[in-house]
Ligand binder design. Structure first.
Ligand code: FEO
Length: 164
């Protein structure tokens, strides 16, 4: 059985992951509206990945005979000042998610829940990858994004992202 606090926080994480999906779908729409279809594609894939993250938590709670309780998903922003501002916001959001995952690991240790701790190991490493992949584009945008050719090059690159 899941510890009640652990169960509540795992449920909260479903909401966090679904908000992440919503945020990235909103970013996809922002990029599509600005004719940056490569950026939009990248965000579409990211959106699907976040839904998968939510599903991992959902199934884990059920497998542990816990109760899934879904809450309202917060409204994400719809506009950013520039592609760089959007990608910086995505990076900041991933840092927030990393903080949440680390908090869950600490809680699992505190309540001596080995199964949750092991399940979370995947997310700890996933967050390393998530931050690194967003930061790569933040850095590219800082270097080349100020010029139309640079932005188009990054747009082309991002559009190559395959569905996971
Ligand atoms: Fe599910 Fe991007 O963290």
């Amino acid at each position: 059985m899941l510890n009640p606090k652990m169960e509540m926080e795992l449920n909260k994480q479903i909401n966090e992951e679904l908000y992440s999906a919503y945020l990235y779908q909103s970013m996809a729409a922002y990029f599509a509206a600005n004719n940056l279809n490569g950026f939009a594609k990248w965000m579409d894939v990211q959106d699907a990945e976040e839904v998968n993250h939510a599903r991992k938590f959902y199934h884990f709670i059920i497998d542990r005979m816990g109760k899934v309780v879904l809450e309202a998903i917060e409204k994400p922003p719809a506009e950013w000042d520039s592609p760089l501002a959007a990608m910086e916001a995505a990076f900041k959001h991933e840092q927030h998610v990393t903080g949440r995952i680390h908090f869950l690991v600490d809680l699992a240790r505190e309540v001596k829940d080995k199964a949750t701790e092991v399940m979370l190991n995947w997310f700890v490493m996933e967050q390393v990858e998530e931050e690194a992949s967003v930061d790569e584009y933040v850095q590219m945008l800082k270097m080349f994004g100020g010029k139309p050719q640079g932005l188009m090059m990054i747009n082309r690159e991002m559009g190559k992202r395959e569905d996971d």
